[in-house]
Design a binder for this molecule. Structure first.
Ligand SMILES: [Zn+2]
Ligand SMILES: [Zn+2]
Length: 275
């Protein structure tokens, strides 16, 4: 039986999200998606600056996100399973403060992300050239390794995130082979800590035209002992909900995974891949 679960979805409780949790539930029913994990943004600067952050006050917005999910879980029971998550940005930039985020609710699932380097802006806002790409990516993978080693999370989100913007805006095509050692160490760390790697399908609809990370890296994760992958669309509106998930699941299968993972109460549950 074909089971599709979207484990990376933003609601309007994220500063950049467009659809309400109810609209997402309706879209999931319509698209035949079995379960949806709402993973609204919780960025380190939001926790630090509160209402003064450009992103808003994440402590409040995550509390709203969780309340919205809890209010609709029973209403949609039997049609779509609704799960409570968050996308924790840069947890290692301030681990002590990040602790506040975990205290908001009993989450089903926590994604860890690096959207910006320490004391830098989101990769979305940076300008790229031949000189700065290599040092930026070196710092990116180092921070990701630190996150993989030390943060409290379930799945590592969209590895190679900056590649998306570099490819979109320049003629530079970063080669992951240049970062093979640190990427291997990230994968070995995830495998050792029994964490998942996310296959983020948003890139399939962008100029980079591949999942984040791509097929070769997913395969490498498997070779190095990785046993669990989560698959997520990173939708910021209900139109994108579930987009590319079948493709992502197929890639997992091609790399030797017989199941993908959905977390409930922060426990991994395996969903058999039907291909
Ligand atoms: Zn993200
Ligand atoms: Zn996201």
């Amino acid at each position: 039986m074909k089971i599709i679960c979207d484990t990376h979805v933003h609601s309007s409780n994220s500063f950049d999200g467009e659809s309400t949790v109810r609209e997402i539930c309706e879209a999931a029913v319509e698209k035949g998606i079995s379960s949806v994990t709402i993973t609204d943004h919780m960025e380190a600067p939001e926790i630090r600056l509160g209402d003064k952050s450009v992103y808003g006050n994440a402590i409040k917005s995550i509390a709203r996100s969780v309340a919205d999910v809890e209010a609709l879980q029973s209403e949609y029971e039997g049609r779509v399973k609704l799960l409570k998550g968050m996308e924790l940005g840069e947890p290692m930039h301030d681990p002590k403060l990040t602790q506040k985020a975990y205290e908001i609710a009993d989450f089903d699932f926590i994604l860890a992300s690096v959207h910006n380097l320490f004391e830098e802006e989101d990769f979305y806002y940076l300008e790229y050239n031949e000189r700065n790409v290599k040092p930026l990516l070196t710092r990116y993978f180092d921070e990701l390794l630190d996150t993989a080693k030390n943060a409290d999370f379930d799945s590592l989100a969209h590895l190679t995130y900056p590649f998306r913007y570099i490819v979109e805006r320049t003629d530079i095509r970063p080669d992951t082979a240049e970062y093979a050692d640190v990427i291997d160490e990230i994968f070995l760390t995830l495998a050792r800590r029994n964490k998942s790697l996310e296959i983020n399908t948003s890139g399939l609809f962008k100029p980079i035209n591949s999942t984040l990370p791509d097929l070769d890296l997913i395969r490498r994760f498997r070779e190095l002992g990785g046993s669990m992958v989560t698959v997520g669309s990173d939708a910021h509106n209900c139109k994108d909900l579930g987009a590319g998930l079948e493709e992502g699941i197929k890639l997992a299968r091609m790399c030797g995974f017989k199941s993908f993972t959905v977390y409930e109460n922060r426990q991994p549950k395996q969903v058999a891949i039907w291909y």
